[in-house]
Ligand binder design. Structure first.
Ligand code: D41
Length: 667
């Protein structure tokens, strides 16, 4: 067998293996997106040559067959599956077909709901009493999981009156994120296996043979569908159904909402997508259902999926890639950071080709090696990460990654301080990488803000030995700059002008730009305000530096050590000689300001002022400005595009100010 036939056989074998891991072991080896990709490829091969279809092909079956451990339950009314759309175009096509079939021109009313990532179940209450619960299985036959489902607290054993004589409701059993994280934390502490995601945790918990184990698992359920109803008329719409389910005491999603036409659906999709990471449970998309039952009935279903409902998936946030190699990057303070260089992969809406592994312990914990196939995850705005290695695909001979003993850039000895995760190059300013990063940091927008001095230019200047320290930048000539690759006379002149402009700076910017370990913008501002001048700060000892609000012993030691270095003092003098100036500030104890004792976090983009201005205005009134939201935060100032910090504030119930609110407060 060669060509498509061999490929199809291989795909069938892979899919069968993944099915087994997923449905029987509850321990999938690859992300869902990878499974879908294999299935799609097999479907395409079979469509091109129907002779390739075999009776046991996974394309011929809807979902996993029930395992042997639980009693089989036949679904009197089949549990349908949902078709997927992956983009706006496919959604419009779905809506268009519905309009054509119904002969209807006006926009259709849909009910939009989150698509929970759990397990579909059918639960029956007779005369108000919970009688049976079954998994979906293949849609016609599922497994009897009554004993386990009874342990779910959010699910009533008895319906609220007036309950129908018989109700079979359909919904999703899932594990809320908080419970999932708690369970995994506890499992990790006991040295037990953790679940890769809430869906598998829910599946594994529900399929426990011992219901006492299920009972200890934090499962929940939400209902959205109807199997059978007796003794009461079936509601004539999805909205009516959700209202009925709620009225008999069943949990129903708070996010379900009626929307008009495709535009309403898309608006809902975008809104829920933006709030996805703030929801208490994992969702993988949105489900739209045509609201009116009469229309649902006229549309019917096709090969087990209703023509009146569709799932609109979010972009997959996990995908497979291969590690080309693990490299070590040298940062501004010499830290060696392992980075996995990947085969580029599209995940979470972007192409990812580099993923940081943070430090060598992390590399060893995940045991990532060159040549490994890895699961890459990028959820929301979170930086991409390697979730796990697919050990089964490790090439023979792949060796574990080791920490280099010498800096990969300058060859200096690499040191690892006991108790610290980071390993550092000891080369300091003699290391080209550290010099380069330090110069880039000095020139960055929030430091000296030298426009046009990007990484390519700095790399060239450092490589040609034209610049070694920040002060050297101010000695560059137009001719020197124009000689760099891809740098014309025009851009050389622009860069010189930017350098000239940057000479008039502020003390906080300068302090931040010097790149003192652990001195970020907030600390730089605090130091500047406390001491008022660079001379005063340079003359201060560790103890007096520690008296600056929010400066602890570690940071104070770094600051004192920085200014104790002769090289740093010379570098600062050279900057002053090159003409870099900054006005002194009035040293001020902010303790008597009107906002003394309050802590602010600024997030998102402000329009009427810069973040720095907002920060200075707050600090000038005695407030503290911090970078991360915690219970101690008094206010979060949220500009446009605020993301995780805003969500965190809402979660903790911390008051949120918009830009106008901030203005009012400052007034
Ligand atoms: O949240 C879900 N996963 C969800 C699944 C939902 N909100 N609605 C659903 N509606 C249906 C129909 C329209 C067929 C009653 C579903 C599912 N089905 C479903 N879940 C698993 C297979 C099908």
């Amino acid at each position: 067998m060669t060509g498509p036939a061999a490929r199809a056989a291989w795909l069938r074998e892979q899919l069968a293996l993944h099915d087994y891991r997923y449905y029987v072991l509850d321990d999938p080896q690859v992300p869902d997106a990878e499974y879908d990709r294999l299935m799609r490829e097999l479907r395409q091969l079979e469509a091109a040559d129907p002779q390739l279809v075999t009776a046991d092909s996974p394309t011929q079956r809807v979902a996993g067959s029930p395992g042997a451990a639980f009693r089989a339950v036949a679904h009197t009314v089949p549990m349908l599956s949902l078709d997927n759309v992956f983009n706006e175009e496919e959604l419009r096509a779905f809506d268009r077909r519905a309009h054509e079939r119904l002969g209807e021109d006006a926009p259709l009313t849909y009910v939009a709901e989150p698509k929970l990532d759990g397990l579909a179940v059918a639960v029956t209450w007779r005369d108000g009493l919970l009688e049976r619960a079954a998994t979906r299985g293949d849609g016609s036959t599922g497994e009897d999981v009554t004993a386990n489902v009874r342990t779910i607290r959010s699910l009533p054993q008895r319906l609220r009156a007036p309950a129908p004589a018989l109700l079979e409701a359909r919904g999703e059993v899932f594990m809320p994120l908080a419970g999932f994280e708690r369970m995994n934390r506890e499992a990790r502490e006991r040295g037990e296996k953790v679940f890769v995601n809430p869906r598998n945790a829910a599946a594994g918990s529900l399929r426990q043979l011992d219901a006492r184990i299920s009972a200890a698992r934090p499962l929940a359920a939400l209902f959205y569908g109807l199997g059978r109803i007796e003794g009461l008329a079936a509601p004539d719409s999805q909205q009516g159904l959700l209202a009925l389910l709620r009225s008999v005491g069943l949990p129903v999603s708070k996010e379900a909402r009626a929307v008009q036409g495709v535009e309403g659906c898309l608006e809902y999709y975008r809104d829920l997508g933006a709030r996805r990471s703030a929801l208490p449970y994992q969702i993988d998309g949105v489900v739209y259902k045509i609201d009116r039952r009469s229309e649902q009935e006229r549309l019917g279903f096709l090969s087990r999926a209703p023509r009146w409902a569709v799932a609109h998936k979010f972009p997959a946030d996990e995908a497979l890639s291969v590690v080309r190699e693990v490299e070590f990057q040298v940062g501004r303070t010499g830290t060696l950071t392992p980075v996995a260089r990947l085969e580029p992969v599209f995940v979470g809406g972007v192409t990812v080709s580099n993923v940081t592994l943070h430090n060598i312990d992390e590399v060893h914990r995940k045991d990532v090696r060159s040549g490994d196939t890895v699961i890459v995850r990028r959820a929301g705005d979170v930086i991409p990460e390697i979730v796990a290695v697919v050990i089964e695909r490790r090439p023979p001979g792949a060796a574990p990654v080791t920490l280099p003993q010498c800096c990969p850039v300058c060859g200096s000895v690499v040191l690892r301080v006991e108790g610290e995760a980071a390993a550092r190059c000891t080369g300091g300013f003699t290391c080209r990488a550290q010099r380069q990063e330090a110069l880039l940091h000095f020139a960055s927008r929030r430091a000296l803000d030298i426009e046009g001095l990007g990484d390519k230019v700095v790399e060239q200047l450092v490589e040609r030995n034209e610049v070694a320290s920040p002060a050297d930048l101010y000695r560059l000539s137009a001719a020197q700059l124009a000689a760099l690759p891809r740098m014309g006379e025009k851009s050389a002149a622009n860069l010189l002008a930017a350098l000239e402009r940057s000479k008039h700076t502020t003390l906080p910017r300068l302090l931040f730009g010097l790149g003192i370990r652990d001195v970020g913008e907030v600390t730089a501002l605090a130091l500047a305000r406390h001491f008022g001048s660079l001379e005063a700060l340079m003359a201060a000892d560790e103890d007096s530096i520690q008296r600056v609000p929010d400066v602890g012993p570690v940071v104070a030691a770094h600051v004192a050590a920085f200014f104790a270095s002769a090289a740093h003092r010379t570098g600062i003098r050279a900057l002053q000689e090159a003409g870099v100036t900054w006005p002194d500030m009035v040293p001020q104890a902010a303790a008597d300001g009107v906002l003394a004792g309050r802590t602010f976090v600024i997030t998102g983009t402000l329009t009427g002022m810069t973040r720095e201005q907002a920060q200075q205005a707050l600090v000038a009134r005695g407030a503290r400005v911090s970078n991360s939201v915690s219970k101690k935060t008094s206010y979060v100032v949220a500009g446009s595009d605020a993301g995780l910090k805003l969500a965190k504030a809402q979660e903790l119930g911390i008051p949120v100010l918009d830009e106008q609110g901030l203005r009012d407060l400052l007034r």
